[in-house]
Design a binder for this molecule. Structure first.
Ligand SMILES: Nc1ncnc2c1ncn2[C@@H]1O[C@H](COP(=O)(O)OP(=O)(O)O)[C@@H](O)[C@H]1O
Ligand SMILES: [Mg+2]
Length: 313
């Protein structure tokens, strides 16, 4: 990756208000070229609203956006030809065949017939759509529809692809295949911004932003985010996990507790294992506490915990 290449996306102070609701709250984002950048956040955290603003489909209430050197919303029209956008909802025509959908998109992008045929043949091979060419899109499986949607989104060879929870309707096998396709695109030089609420998907990204209630609560490489975690992840084995969880959740050193099978996964301030052990023992619960490797869910729990404390809640 050339260090001199300007970033694909630069947003500063990006905000969107819907009446009294602030859906996106003063986001600062920088996405470098040819990276797979993740947007991780629960439902309602502002992922789709941000993506719509970055596509030029929605005007921000405040802030500055530059995408591929274009200033939004002013240059939205010029930008359209250079970006691809795929939403969580299948946006192609159910009553057209795979071939007709792609032909239609090629015409929409004013691609000449000969070039369109060559490009569509290429997409058939890349996304295993050739044998489905004459099938109506409405009769395809979730995974097949997703391959068609991706083919449609990249047909005009966009430099930047924005994907809004693209894997929400597909099985695990198709998800894996889809992510491989995304990395192929990035390797070929495209920039990808992908939103997800799934930790395992976010963990695959080169870098990511974690959103909560419209605010950027953390960003960086998955590795760096996990290393910078302001706490330790502990696995706790004890006979009454539900009771232990209720007790631990009330301790000030504890940032988050989740039950995983018969164990508890606890995110606690550094060096507090002893205090946790004592608290459980005092309540008559023998526990075995073992440090475990952190994951992005821990980062999310820590980041949103801090946000709630700042807001006094
Ligand atoms: N057009 C709209 N009008 C009013 N509220 C909206 C609109 N679009 C989104 N919202 C609200 O903004 C918040 C963020 O939504 P969204 O960006 O869709 O989050 P996400 O994609 O992370 O689930 C939610 O509270 C949602 O209800
Ligand atoms: Mg959304």
């Amino acid at each position: 990756m050339a260090a001199e290449a300007p970033p694909a996306i630069v947003a500063r102070g990006l905000s969107k208000r819907f009446g009294a609701l602030t859906a996106v709250d003063a986001l600062d984002l920088t996405v470098q070229r040819a990276e797979v950048y993740g947007f991780l956040g629960p439902n309602g955290s502002g992922k789709s609203t941000t993506i719509r603003m970055l596509c030029g489909l929605l005007a921000p209430s405040a802030g500055k956006i530059e995408v591929l050197g274009c200033t939004l919303p002013k240059d939205a029209e010029a930008l359209k030809r250079r970006i691809g956008y795929m939403t969580q909802k299948f946006s192609l025509y159910d009553d057209l065949s795979v071939r007709e959908n792609l032909d239609f998109l090629a015409a929409l992008h004013s691609i000449k017939p000969a070039a369109a045929r060559a490009r569509i043949d290429e997409l058939y091979r890349q996304y295993r759509l050739g044998e489905l060419a004459d099938r109506l899109a409405g009769t395809l499986s979730g995974g097949q529809r997703q391959r068609l949607a991706l083919a449609g989104a990249v047909l005009h060879r966009p430099e930047l692809l924005l994907l809004d929870e693209p894997t929400s309707a597909v099985d695990p096998q198709s998800r894996r295949e889809f992510w491989d396709a995304l990395f192929d695109l990035a390797e070929a030089g495209a920039t990808l911004l992908v939103s997800t609420h799934l930790m395992d998907e976010a963990e695959r990204c080169h870098r990511l932003a974690i959103l909560d209630h419209g605010r950027l609560v953390a960003n960086g490489t998955p590795q760096a985010l996990m290393q910078a975690l302001p706490g330790s992840t502990l696995s706790i084995e004890c006979p009454q996990p539900r009771r232990a969880q209720a007790l631990l959740e009330r301790l000030p050193q504890v940032l988050g507790v989740a039950q995983i099978g018969t164990r508890l996964r606890v995110l606690a301030a550094h060096g507090e294992e002893r205090a946790l052990d004592t608290a459980l023992r005092d309540a008559g619960m023998e526990a075995r506490i073992t440090p475990v490797a952190a994951n992005l869910e821990d980062v999310f729990v820590a980041a949103t915990h801090r946000l709630r404390q700042e807001n006094g809640g």
